[in-house]
Design a protein around this ligand. Structure first.
Ligand code: PMT
Length: 404
């Protein structure tokens, strides 16, 4: 952050108070910060607060031109190395996604060529509204970078997703993302989506169905792709793993339904999608709100099919190179090839999970990679990290120009 010119856009939500701390931390980190507020934001926090914390004048009004030599919104747009919008309201996101420039902040954001980071904060239902989702997807496609809101108590009284990410975390994300852009690797400029881990299908508040996936294989792929220079989003089920490379955008989910949603939310703009997660094929038909008391005799749990996430992505893919995994215990090649074709994949990684050193939980794997040519390529016993690098090498080889 040292000597970086940061434009901090503050739009009108209660989380504007957190932007004060963000301004202070950015300034302490050595950045030159100029704050631009919407009129609505100035209802929540006084511009003077930001002026004192940034030691720079605060911009609100497009027509408040203090220097006749310059046009302020173009000058700030050109000056900025990085722009951060925090908090970003549904309104400010909507305006940017639709090219609306009707105040100082929205006009400047259209004029800047800086990297723009958007940290949304809003009511949980607003965040889930199709219009907001559509606008965010559009901006992601245009390479705007989102810093996902956290879950918790919201000022509006609801509990859920929509709370502005903490200032430290916003700065970490920006720094890590800027650093990852400097990595020169064969996956530079590629956007990769990886799924990892199991899903958990709840029967009652204390019992659930799951499987043995530890997430190690999927995490290894995400880490390796980031090391090769890719911009990585990792959707993970419940695992005990940390994302060591903090440039990876991590989305935590629990159920197969949540994984379905997260994979679809992050799919559109990706170049490569790798589905290493072990998704439950069945879930209890009824989830009991209260813990079920034990009774004499057997308990039959009626199960229903979950959606096949990979197959649904295969149906809508356009430019994405879609890679599935197959965990088999018998006739791995035969069953794996069926999945490749049925799910409209570009490649499949087949692991015989009954082989020693392969599959779930351990640090190693043995796999067969098969692409559209249906020619099996064996990857012998190796660490999951090495396996991940080898798989990415094969995927890079197979990426056709028309997929980029
Ligand atoms: O996590 P680890 O402990 O490191 O273990 C790694 C692993 C064994 C989980 C991994 O290497 C692996 O094989 N992952 C796929 C496991 C699996 O669910 O296989 P499958 O054959 O049941 O499914 C085939 C493909 O369809 C997979 O890509 C799966 O993500 C996908 N699928 C399956 C069911 C479903 N409802 N939706 C899906 O998207």
């Amino acid at each position: 952050m040292q000597n970086k010119n940061i434009l901090l856009g503050v739009s009108g939500g209660i989380a504007a108070y957190k932007a004060c701390s963000l301004t202070s931390k950015l300034t302490q980190a050595g950045a030159n910060v100029r704050v631009m507020m919407t009129e609505n934001a100035s209802e929540f926090v006084s511009p003077l607060t930001f002026q004192a914390l940034s030691r720079n004048p605060v911009y609100i009004d497009t027509f408040d031109e203090k220097n006749p030599q310059k046009i302020a919104h173009i000058d700030v747009a050109d000056w900025a190395d990085i722009a951060i919008i925090a908090p970003a309201t549904a309104n400010s996101i909507g305006k940017l996604a639709n090219g609306i420039a009707d105040d100082m902040l929205s006009t400047t954001l259209l004029a800047t060529e800086a990297d723009v980071y958007i940290a949304p904060a809003m009511n949980v239902h607003m965040y889930a509204h199709p219009a907001v989702i559509k606008n965010m997807k559009q901006l992601e496609q245009w390479n705007y970078y989102f810093i996902e809101p956290g879950s918790g108590f919201l000022a509006c009284g609801y509990v859920g997703k929509g709370r502005l990410e903490e200032p430290e975390s916003i700065i970490d994300t920006v720094v890590n993302h800027q650093n990852s852009k400097k990595i020169q690797g064969p996956m530079n400029g590629k956007k990769v989506l990886v799924s990892a881990g199991p899903t958990r299908e709840q029967i009652d508040p204390v019992r659930f169905f799951t499987n043995r996936s530890s997430g190690k294989m999927g995490f290894a792929i995400a880490e390796a792709a980031a090391e090769l220079g890719a911009e990585v989003t990792l959707v993970t089920g419940p695992v005990n793993l940390e994302t060591k490379n903090t440039s990876i955008k991590r989305v935590d989910v629990i159920t197969s339904e949540e994984m379905y949603q997260a994979m679809h939310d992050h799919f559109d703009d990706k170049d490569v999608v790798i589905k290493a997660a072990a998704v439950a094929d069945y879930r209890p038909k009824h989830t009991f709100i209260e813990k079920l008391k034990k009774q004499s005799g057997n308990w039959n749990v009626e199960m229903e099919r979950t959606q096949d996430i990979l197959q649904s992505l295969g149906e809508i893919k356009n430019k994405q190179f879609l890679v599935g995994f197959a965990a088999e215990t018998t006739q791995p090649l035969e069953y794996g090839l069926k999945k490749l074709q049925k799910k409209n994949l570009d490649a499949i990684v087949i692991n015989n999970v009954s082989s020693e050193g392969a599959g779930f939980e351990g640090d190693t794997n043995i796999a067969t990679y098969v692409n559209e040519s249906l020619n099996p390529e064996e990857i012998p016993l190796t660490t999951k990290k090495e396996m991940a690098l080898k798989l990415l090498e094969l995927i890079l080889r197979d990426l056709r120009d028309d997929k980029l």
